[in-house]
Ligand binder design. Structure first.
Ligand SMILES: Cc1cc2nc3c(=O)[nH]c(=O)nc-3n(C[C@H](O)[C@H](O)[C@H](O)COP(=O)(O)OP(=O)(O)OC[C@H]3O[C@@H](n4cnc5c(N)ncnc54)[C@H](O)[C@@H]3O)c2cc1C
Length: 729
């Protein structure tokens, strides 16, 4: 996985960013509203080489990749460029691929700005259709009975907002460009490319609309506060920006799928288009809403985003149809010609080191994961196997990402992520591992030398487990209101209190404990972290059973005498240690993995003929499963961004919380979607595929709560991704 842009791509992006900022101002966008083309901008764009980008160098073009073209379209979308850019890029590419004089002449006319030619997205034998960006087009190219034809626009269409291609135009104004399979393939591939380029455009347009809404929400004061500090304003924007970024990453993943000629690449194109149409439509509406009544005033630019998004979304017809196509491509083997993406640079493939570490993990599981363990497998601490855990540690699989100075191997996030995919393959739970690795890293970083020497080697050897003691009966989300106290007594501390939901405490050797060491003052002050050996007198616990069949625990600290060597960090500076611990917890990117199994179970059900015809034969089922798969791929793309960014040192404080919120919330939605399709069958417990999905649904719900609830994550996304004011104190 490597989502870095190359030097050339950064340069390309930067030059088009500056260009559109200067040449596509809101005033220019308004002035071009009649037919949607700013002719000065259009000629300058041609001058910049935008239409040459996908024409091979051998044919006089730039020979850029599909991703390069998408980067240009992103910049155009952000500034609502009044130009049929995606259309002209793909038309130029098709014309350049044809070996005919007519096509060469037309290409020349397009590249000189003399003519604007757009693609007819649907087969022409179906009759009239509205041409995308057709208001200013002089001609269109499209397929008619397997032939690639060009249709001149009739002059009496001029001055209208759209070009609705008429039967007369089709009959009287057509020229044959090419016939045969080659021409047909080139054109169909170009339509798929148009979907990707337009998806890229929609994503950046929607993102910019949200940024403008956020800027307004920072400034606009109502009830004595900036409106962005109201969750009713901030949370819908946070959800929208999350969905839009998921879509932008999905488009990159689709371009990678096309470039690597994956069998499901065509499905990726459809999934990207459908997702972006939904995400963008919601985003622009929410952006307008943040402006209140002013959002409806044409004086404000935000309405332009709404209008342009709608135009673009509807250009390809009902987006639901594309979802159906995604279903056919995913589950009925339908496919279509795809463009040659060229050298795109980015990749979602595992790098060599990660693939090797994954192989090592797989080999270990094959040799050591017993059938008994598989029977016991459960997404909770219930299936923890001490012997297996110890062997994994000995093999260097568990804490390999820790820095070498802490005793780890300094492996990257991508390697660990690749390895964790095997856990999913074998249905192996990571609950205790997750909490142990957080505590271990906190101890390695903040503990005294003595405590480090005692605890870290045991964790590394796989013989000690740890739990997180943050939540209390009176403080969950508001974790810094903790009341469990630690009072100094000579060289020791006396710890008194109770923690709630200390998952895995019944197995743990140590609990990391958030305590209050000074009362009075701000709640964030006077907190201190300790690591408490559970063997100390005064420690006890009691189970709490949850509806997702998990067991967590309440832990009690009854006058525990705790030596000062178990303190983490400075006295009263627990906030520093908590910051590091929470960022490890919030940054978790592997949660989406439970969804792999859910998808498998959904497909098992969809292909079963228990009640006659298999559900997958119904287009509604295929479409809904396509939604589930789309969310899954978007989640995978988000996780990929997180692990790549971590390895590349590109820290962004929004991405961890955004990813956690997205993968857990979509997990809940998808599980429910599958259950709805199954109806009462989904209430079957045991090993029925839908029963497993139902269990997944309950499990998924818990993932939206622990590690910080989705509401808290939404607030963090609003702050870190959109710069909105804090809504919590
Ligand atoms: C299965 C499970 C395992 C867990 N494991 C651990 C663990 O190992 N260690 C640990 O320390 N904790 C653990 N937790 C606790 C978990 O972190 C908390 O449940 C969570 O942070 C929410 O706290 P709460 O339950 O007290 O709910 P509350 O904080 O009371 O929240 C109730 C509701 O109000 C919402 N809410 C609260 N504040 C705000 C706000 N400012 N804005 C908007 N909405 C708000 C919440 O989102 C939620 O919907 C676990 C929880 C579960 C369910």
């Amino acid at each position: 996985m490597d989502l870095s842009l190359t030097e050339e791509q950064l340069l390309l992006q930067d030059s088009f960013r500056k260009f559109f900022l200067k040449e596509s101002t809101p005033e220019r966008v308004r002035a071009a509203a009649q037919d949607g083309v700013d002719r000065t901008l259009w000629l300058a764009l041609i001058e910049m080489g935008a239409l040459h980008i996908r024409i091979p160098e051998s044919a006089g073009g730039i020979g850029g990749s599909l991703f390069d073209a998408a980067l240009i379209c992103e910049e155009a979308g952000k500034r609502l460029a009044s130009a049929p850019l995606a259309e002209a890029i793909v038309v130029a590419q098709v014309l350049a691929s044809l070996d005919s004089e007519v096509a060469a002449k037309r290409l020349e006319a397009v590249l000189s700005g003399e003519q604007i030619i757009v693609p007819a997205l649907h087969p022409l034998e179906r009759g009239g259709q509205i041409m995308p960006a057709g208001a200013a087009a002089t001609a269109a190219i499209g397929l008619h009975d397997g032939e690639l034809i060009l249709i001149e626009r009739a002059s009496d269409n001029e001055g209208r907002q759209h070009w609705r291609l008429s039967q007369e135009e089709l009959r009287d104004r057509r020229t044959l460009l090419a016939s045969g399979e080659g021409a047909q393939t080139a054109f169909l591939a170009a339509v798929e490319e148009w979907k990707l380029l337009s998806s890229a455009m929609l994503g950046s347009l929607a993102h910019e609309a949200l940024e403008q809404a956020a800027a307004y929400a920072r400034e606009r004061i109502q009830f004595g506060r900036p409106i962005g500090s109201f969750q009713g304003v901030a949370h819908p924007l946070a959800d929208a920006v999350t969905d839009v970024e998921a879509g932008q990453l999905l488009v990159r993943r689709a371009i990678w799928a096309v470039s690597s000629r994956r069998p499901d690449a065509a499905a990726f194109v459809s999934m990207s288009w459908w997702w972006q149409t939904q995400a963008a439509a919601t985003a622009v509406r929410r952006a307008v809403r943040a402006f209140g009544g002013y959002g409806l005033s044409v004086e404000y630019d935000i309405h332009l985003f709404n209008l342009r998004a709608n135009q673009l979304i509807l250009a390809n017809g009902d987006p639901y149809r594309e979802l159906e196509i995604a279903g056919e491509r995913l589950f009925k083997g339908a496919t279509g010609p795809l463009p040659d993406a060229g050298e795109i640079g980015i990749t979602f493939d595992l790098d060599e080191k990660s693939a090797a570490f994954k192989d090592k993990t797989r080999a270990f599981f094959k040799a050591n994961y017993t059938p008994e363990m598989a029977t016991k497998a459960h997404h909770s601490t219930a299936s923890h196997d001490a012997d297996f855990h110890r062997k994994m540690a000995e093999e260097g699989l568990l804490f390999a990402n820790w820095p070498v100075e802490y005793g780890g191997e300094g492996r990257g996030s991508r390697e660990m992520y690749a390895s964790s995919e095997i856990y999913e393959e074998f249905n192996y739970t990571t609950h205790v591992l997750g909490t142990t690795t957080v505590v271990g890293q906190m101890v390695a970083q903040f503990a005294t030398a003595e405590a480090r020497a005692e605890i870290v080697p045991r964790i590394l050897a796989g013989t000690a487990l740890c739990s997180l003691g943050f939540s209390e009966p009176g403080s969950g989300s508001d974790v810094f209101s903790a009341q469990t106290s630690a009072t100094r007594d000579g060289d020791d501390w006396i710890v008194r209190g109770q923690k709630m939901f200390t998952t895995g405490a019944h197995l743990a050797d140590y609990v990391i404990l958030l305590t209050r060491t000074r009362s009075g003052g701000a709640k964030h002050e006077g907190l201190t972290l300790f690591v408490v050996p559970t063997a100390l007198p005064g420690f006890s616990y009691q189970p709490v059973h949850t509806y997702q069949d998990e067991k967590t625990t309440i832990t009690y600290y009854d006058e525990i005498r705790l030596p000062d060597r178990y303190r983490l960090g400075e006295v009263d500076r627990g906030i520093d240690v908590m910051g590091a611990a929470l960022s490890l917890e919030h940054g978790s990117g592997s949660l989406y993995l439970g969804q792999v199994r859910m998808l498998e179970n959904a497909l098992l059900w969809a292909h079963s003929t228990e009640y006659g015809e298999a559900p997958i034969e119904r287009s509604s089922v295929r479409a809904r499963l396509a939604i589930v798969r789309t969310r899954f791929e978007a989640a995978a793309a988000m996780v990929a961004r997180l692990v790549w960014a971590d390895d590349a040192g590109r820290h962004n404080r929004a991405w961890g919380p955004m990813t956690k919120m997205f993968i857990t919330e979509t997990y809940v939605k998808s599980a429910w979607e599958i259950m709805e399709m199954g109806g009462p069958d989904a209430m079957e417990r045991g090993t029925h595929p839908l029963g497993m999905v139902e269990l997944g649904h309950r499990r998924a719900y818990a993932t939206t709560i622990y590690g910080g609830t989705s509401e808290i994550h939404r607030s963090i996304v609003a702050e870190k991704a959109l710069g909105l004011p804090k809504s919590r104190s």
